[in-house]
Write a protein that binds this ligand. Structure first.
Ligand SMILES: Cc1cc2nc3c(=O)[nH]c(=O)nc-3n(C[C@H](O)[C@H](O)[C@H](O)COP(=O)(O)OP(=O)(O)OC[C@H]3O[C@@H](n4cnc5c(N)ncnc54)[C@H](O)[C@@H]3O)c2cc1C
Ligand SMILES: Cc1cc2nc3c(=O)[nH]c(=O)nc-3n(C[C@H](O)[C@H](O)[C@H](O)COP(=O)(O)O)c2cc1C
Length: 644
């Protein structure tokens, strides 16, 4: 038996046989044209995904009605006018030998744009948990129209050449809104107990089944558990399974969570293990019995194979992993596991970028995703001699891309290790995976044949002597040191000393600064048994709780009993304590063994002036340009290489 036999075995359901059991789950990209038709960017993205050879690809949320749109640029299927683009999409989805399904979607009260226009609809006029505005309560006529619209869109999917449809019944959109007692308080036959609240879903399934015929596979994506206070549970879902199967569902795609679920569990952060959600799929599979797709944090084909081999699920979806490395299955087939770029579940370039920044899909650690029509294939017409200064995310990404395009690349790193600030960013609980990623990237760069000169700061004489064609300045940021009395006390350290483990956190520590670095330092120390107090001069935390990472940090510190004080500024440090000012009042605190400074960073780009003066072509990228995040560092590093 090969180690991927189960995952690579075909699976048949009605008229569809998929060549293997790896699934691209539906992922909204924001790449469609503003009118909902398939754009060149969306087609190129999907083609790239198909080349990875997964067995089943499911389209992004595809709108079945105008009042259900949730993205500014969302694929749509509510009219025959969309058919030409949908045909092109189905064709590219088939281009790697896999099968194609279309996800049928209506956002209900979670459509920000429709809420703003007063056009959003929902089972009851109860405000969206995210946007705070209520939708219009659907009349029985609205229900009939929307049920019919699901059916018509499904027929279009079939006409366009898709092999199956998936009804999106998950994640807090219209169907979940009917299922959930939190959003459905109707007194007619569409409200009441769980089974009555599921009536809308049964009608949608029947409408879709009627449109596509008996032999066409109909998948249902459902949040197997709402995962929210007073939400429905997987046992509730089991009670409606016979009716779902009877209405025409062939496969259940068992996701989890809804809008407002804590910790962003639907696209779960690293604190959730690979496969954490399989048990819910398995419960549904056994109770049905019905084939299921399991999903949640898979970033390696081997555990997915084992889930299938053990009979816990029939297929496994790899969502963010496919954004991170669409070739993960190809590489696994070739036994090249060490070449798979594994998703770190940071959510920065994908779901949070779309939801909180209103931008199209990317990946923080794969600069190709969402940029398929921008990224040059190479080789470059004019290969150049390129020096890259710094081996953090920006420098290493630039190096990999520049080498791929055929340039003559050398990386210089002043420290003894590659990775820049990721060596510190990987230290908070659950972030070890960030270190795996940066070590992977450094190895890829070296394996591609790029020399990395360690312990070699680039200096002005070097540049004068050996003048490169282009310099990519990826020198990152340097720590800010506050100018206050007492900084020279022996018990004063900085975040890098604690996270870099050159200094052990003491029993009682005061962390000064509540940004990401301060919060992570506080978590790191708390995890090692310190009693942590953190002060931040801003009136509230600069680390937002609405991101999955921010949520995890706040939760961790709360559970560890850390004291977080906002609106407090450090004034001075004395041998036996500190003076702080909170809301205009001075306070003396004397119970700390250590004061740890984490007040942020500023760009380190001292080479820039010299390069300009000597007229050496250069580009400054990542934190060296402006201190930000991994997403910007990799994006700018890649772009610098593409534009050489
Ligand atoms: C504790 C901590 C936690 C963080 N957590 C996150 C997070 O969760 N998510 C996120 O997105 N971001 C996080 N960040 C920020 C993230 O690490 C940075 O945005 C990112 O590393 C920037 O990449 P970069 O390549 O621009 O710079 P850096 O990573 O700083 O790399 C710059 C490199 O250049 C080298 N260098 C400098 N000058 C020279 C020279 N003259 N010659 C040769 N080499 C030189 C440096 O030694 C360094 O290796 C965190 C940062 C810290 C400190
Ligand atoms: C960028 C992005 C967009 C998503 N859009 C959809 C969607 O359109 N429909 C859907 O059912 N789920 C959507 N999801 C959820 C994913 O399909 C998947 O269930 C989730 O990311 C968990 O799988 P993973 O851990 O393998 O990423 C989206 C997730 C991401 C990251």
């Amino acid at each position: 038996m090969g180690e991927l036999d189960a995952l690579l075995s075909p699976f048949s359901i009605k008229s569809m046989t998929v060549p293997n059991r790896a699934v691209l789950p539906p992922m909204g990209t924001g790449l469609a044209n503003p009118d909902g038709t398939a754009s060149d960017a969306l087609l190129a993205y999907m083609k790239r995904q198909a080349q990875g050879g997964v067995g089943l690809l499911i389209s992004e949320i595809t709108a079945i009605a105008t009042n259900g749109l949730v993205l500014k640029k969302q694929l749509a299927a509510w009219d025959d006018a969309f058919l030409p683009g949908l045909k092109q999409l189905a064709a590219v989805m088939h281009s790697g030998g896999g099968k194609a399904a279309m996800q049928l979607h209506h956002g209900g009260r979670e459509s920000a744009y429709m809420l703003k226009k007063g056009m959003a609809i929902g089972p009851s006029p109860l405000p969206s948990l995210i946007y705070g505005h209520p939708p219009r309560e659907m009349t029985l006529q609205d229900i009939d129209e929307i049920v019919a619209a699901y059916g018509s869109a499904a027929a279009r999917a079939r006409a366009a050449g898709f092999d199956a449809v998936e009804i999106h019944g998950a994640h807090g959109y219209l169907i979940t809104q009917f299922l959930s007692a939190i959003s459905n308080q109707r007194s007619d036959e569409f409200g009441g107990d769980f089974k009555s609240r599921a009536r809308f879903l049964f009608e949608v399934v029947r409408s879709v089944r009627k449109s596509v015929g008996d032999d066409f596979p109909v998948l249902l994506r459902i949040s197997a558990e709402e995962y929210i206070k007073n939400g429905y549970t997987v046992d509730d879902v089991l009670t409606i399974l016979p009716d779902l199967i009877g209405s025409g569902v062939d496969i259940v795609h068992a996701s989890v969570g809804t809008h407002g679920s804590p910790a962003g569990i639907t696209s779960a952060p690293p604190e959730f293990d690979v496969g954490f959600n399989v048990w819910r799929a398995e419960k549904i599979k056994k109770a049905g019995p019905i084939p299921v797709i399991a999903v949640g944090r898979f970033n390696d084909p081997r555990p997915a194979n084992d889930v299938i081999a053990r009979g816990e699920a029939d297929l496994v979806a790899f969502g963010r992993q496919a954004l991170c490395d669409p070739d993960y299955l190809l590489k696994a087939r070739q036994g090249r596991y060490e070449d798979i770029r594994r998703c770190i579940a940071c959510n920065q370039g994908c779901i949070e970028r779309e939801m909180f920044e209103g931008k199209s899909v990317r990946c923080a650690i794969n600069p190709e995703t969402g940029m398929e029509i921008v990224r040059p294939a190479g080789p470059a017409a004019n290969p150049r001699k390129v020096w890259i200064v710094g081996s953090g995310p920006a420098g290493l990404t630039a190096a990999f891309e520049a080498k791929r395009l055929g340039h003559d690349v050398t990386v210089f790193e002043k420290e003894a290790q590659t990775g820049g600030n990721i060596r510190y960013a990987c230290k908070a609980p659950h972030k070890e995976i960030y270190l795996d990623w940066i070590e992977f990237l450094a190895k890829q760069v070296k394996d591609a044949g790029v020399p990395i000169q360690m312990k070699t700061p680039v200096t002005e004489p070097m540049l004068t002597e050996d003048r490169p064609d282009v310099v990519i300045v990826a020198t990152g940021g340097e720590k800010l040191v506050p100018r206050i009395d007492g900084m020279d006390q022996p018990h004063v350290f900085d975040a890098w000393q604690i996270l870099g483990e050159t200094v052990n956190p003491a029993k009682a520590i005061l962390v000064v600064g509540g940004g990401l670095i301060g919060m992570e330092t506080a978590c790191f120390a708390a995890a090692r048994g310190s009693d942590v107090t953190l002060i931040e001069q801003l009136p509230s935390s600069p680390v937002p709780k609405f991101t999955s990472h921010g949520y995890s940090l706040h939760k961790y510190l709360r559970q560890a009993g850390a004291l977080l004080r906002f609106g407090c500024t450090l004034k001075s440090i004395t041998p036996d304590g500190v003076v702080i000012e909170c809301d205009g009042q001075e306070e003396r605190l004397s119970s700390f063994d250590q004061v740890v400074i984490a007040v942020g960073m500023k760009p380190r780009n001292e080479l820039k002036a010299f390069l300009a003066e000597k007229n050496i072509r250069h580009v400054v990228v990542g934190d060296a340009l402006k201190v930000r995040r991994i997403m910007e560092a990799t994006e700018e590093g890649a772009r610098a290489a593409w534009e050489l």
